[in-house]
Write a protein that binds this ligand. Structure first.
Ligand code: AMP
Length: 400
């Protein structure tokens, strides 16, 4: 953040989309905690801070009479928490644009914070309306984007607003900078061997990612339900495993491309299968290409875990997206656990490891292994798109 914030009003886009309980108490404050260093830095530098964020999807969850459920989706619920954490004045204004917001922003003194109401109370936010973005921009002297999780959206507060600030008056916050730097460490000139681990439910969600990984990976490890579409492509029998028949062709083409570019693709040799999709299903281990009728692959098997772990442990760069099985159910979590442990072990030996873009983050947290991974992204869908090589509107807007 190479801006001198002294005496400046910094308009910061944060991601305060936190879960709240029935009494509107914060049940997981991770997202807010992660934004605090940027806020504190600007306050300590003699600036004031105007925070804008969305919370939930208020326009998709209207009251029965068609009005916005302001009680449920107001960001006011966060004021007391912010006061406690920041130990300074935190004001709140019940609209993110308009006269009141302008007056409160203008009156803000260095060291003070103003939290704006949920930007998604206005349909113009998600539409990326330039006039609405201009009104937001009026509130601050400089713009800071620290909401990596929404950087893939071309919304008014995440991208369009930035066009009203000159290049020297806009920047990324620390959280966003860290996400970009770590992803770039994988994408640009990574240390070899590079192993990319991809799992999760669907080939259709991950095919772009897989193709991208072909550009720099030495090995690509595939687990999760998506592996069974690959086995179909290899004419294996997969019982009633979750598959996408319409993706068999793209799976086959991917395998061909990988072969041509000399990238080793590893599929799970065996699978832990259930007779139904349930935690108390009957369990059998089968070869993944010989799953009997009536059985479904719900996790990678012990032999697959071992061979995947071996490759992972020898890697210098590891990127992981998506679980190896239905890790939410204990009997099918072992594969994901084994991979998480192997990644942690490789990291301890000096590899750079990054987990990001969805459920594998939850798995790593559940296993309490997050501290043993070099970088655990909180970026979700935004990280997935960044790894896929897409230009994220929120990043482009700051760089332009
Ligand atoms: P994704 O969001 O694409 O990373 O997919 C994550 C979801 O895929 C998790 O909810 C897992 O339970 C699910 N999943 C992983 N492996 C399997 C499998 N073999 N069969 C069914 N679902 C699976």
């Amino acid at each position: 953040m190479n801006i001198n914030f002294k005496g400046k009003r910094a308009l910061i886009r944060v991601d305060f989309n936190v879960p709240l309980d029935q009494e509107y108490r914060i049940t997981d404050d991770t997202r807010i905690r992660e934004a605090l260093p940027t806020i504190r830095y600007i306050l300590d530098a003699g600036g004031s801070v105007i925070l804008m964020s969305h919370l939930g999807r208020p326009l998709q969850k209207l009251n029965a009479d068609g009005s916005i459920n302001r009680e449920k989706f107001t960001l006011k619920h966060l004021v007391a928490y912010l006061r406690r954490k920041l130990k300074t004045r935190v004001y709140f204004v019940d609209d993110c644009v308009g006269k009141k917001a302008r007056a409160k922003a203008a009156a803000l003194q260095p060291g003070q914070v103003l939290l704006l109401e949920n930007t998604r109370f206005h349909p113009e936010e998600e539409k990326g309306d330039p006039e609405f973005a201009r009104q937001l921009a009026q509130l601050g002297d400089v713009y800071v984007n620290d909401a990596f999780g929404t950087a893939h959206r071309a919304h008014a507060s995440t991208a369009v607003v930035a066009q009203y600030f000159s290049p020297e008056n806009k920047c990324f916050g620390f959280l966003m900078q860290r996400e970009i730097e770590n992803a770039d460490r994988v994408l640009k000139d990574p240390a070899h061997p590079v192993t990319c681990i991809v799992g999760g439910a669907k080939v259709s969600d991950k095919i772009v990612l897989l193709e991208r990984f072909l550009q720099f990976a030495d090995a690509i490890v595939i687990g999760g339900a998506m592996a069974y579409t690959f086995f179909l492509a290899k004419r294996g029998a997969v019982g009633k495993s979750l598959v996408e028949p319409d993706r068999v062709k793209s799976a086959r083409e991917f395998l061909k491309k990988a072969k041509a570019s000399g990238v080793k693709v590893m599929l799970p040799k065996d699978s832990v299968c259930g007779d139904r999709f349930a935690a108390d299903a009957a369990i059998q281990v089968h070869r993944s290409d010989q799953i009997p009728d009536g059985w479904m692959g719900l996790d990678i098997g012990p032999s697959a875990s071992k061979s995947f772990a071996r490759v992972i442990r020898q890697s210098k760069t590891i990127v992981w997206n998506g679980p190896m099985g239905v890790f939410e159910m204990a009997p099918f979590a072992e594969g994901t656990k084994a991979i998480a442990r192997a990644v942690a072990r490789a990291t301890a030996k000096g590899a750079f490891s990054m987990v990001g873009g969805g459920d594998s983050v939850a798995a790593v947290n559940q296993l309490k292994l997050a501290k043993k991974i070099s970088f655990v992204s909180t970026g979700g869908g935004a990280m997935l798109e960044y790894l896929e090589g897409r230009e994220l509107p929120g990043i482009a807007a700051i760089r332009s």
